[in-house]
Design a protein around this ligand. Structure first.
Ligand code: AP5
Length: 211
């Protein structure tokens, strides 16, 4: 299975871009954040263990995440083109992914955005409570306020998008990021993308890299 890894801080647009690539070009989009939020909502054993970590903006322990993603990857057809959004986040997770027999990482795409813009993007984000699509109060407003363009679900703020939790998520990201960048640079799979551009410009850059 050809696998693309999306790296980058919270709010850098990984999910927005991955969803577009899935809708338009048939990529399979796997987001560990979405999986965890679903598990928390459904109160599964993983969700119960993960809840506190996600609410505080801390990383969920590697063992839980690796098991979650491994069982998901093993159920996907071998010929699929997969985007991993938000995984790996630690070197231990990257090593576990490389040790897996079901998938091979072909590229690690690193999204960069200045930190003040990340805070604006995250605190102004609204997500659809039904389909999970992401909007922004100012940058990417829905056609009708509070209503999802795609499925007409209600738009809500994620619990971990308060400024206090956002600041912790950025701190956690900084503490892990260099190790991951070194890991993928050493494996010659690393590509950087300036993600402080319009959604369409970033998408065009990604298409040149991925197709
Ligand atoms: P997760 O859901 O993965 O959150 P994240 O990495 O913090 O990423 P985000 O979803 O916040 O940002 P994004 O880059 O996808 O940006 P988006 O496209 O939405 O993880 C949540 C939690 O789960 C973690 O804190 C952790 O606890 C746990 N977890 C998950 N994976 C884990 C792992 N592997 N290991 C351990 N724990 C894990 O865009 C953001 C906003 O900006 C939106 O409003 C959007 O509309 C807007 N926007 C997007 N693009 C643009 C643009 N070009 N211009 C202007 N605005 C834009």
């Amino acid at each position: 299975m050809g696998t693309i890894v999306f790296l980058g801080p919270p709010g850098s647009g990984k999910g927005t871009q991955a969803k577009l690539l899935a809708d338009r070009y048939g990529f399979v989009h796997l987001s560990t954040g979405d999986m965890l939020r679903r598990a928390i909502k459904d109160q599964t054993p993983v969700g119960v263990k993960a809840k506190g970590f996600v609410e505080r903006g801390d990383l969920v322990p590697d063992g839980i995440i690796i098991e979650l993603i491994s069982s998901c990857l093993s159920s996907i057809a071998r010929q699929s083109k997969v985007i991993l959004d938000g995984f790996p986040r630690t070197v231990a997770q990257a090593e576990a992914l490389d040790g897996s027999s079901t998938t091979e990482v072909s590229k690690a795409v690193n999204f960069t955005v200045p930190e003040d813009i990340l805070i604006e993007r995250l605190t102004g984000r609204r997500v659809c409570s039904k389909c999970g699509d992401s909007f922004h109060l100012v940058f990417i407003p829905p056609k009708s306020p509070g209503v999802c363009d795609r499925c007409h679900g209600n738009l809500v703020q994620r619990n971990d998008d308060s400024e206090r939790v956002v600041r912790n998520r950025l701190e956690v990201f900084r503490s892990q990021n260099q190790g991951l960048l070194d890991y993928y640079s050493n494996h010659r799979k690393f590509v950087g993308v300036d993600a402080n551009q319009s959604v369409d410009s970033i998408q065009s850059e990604l298409l040149k890299i991925l197709l």
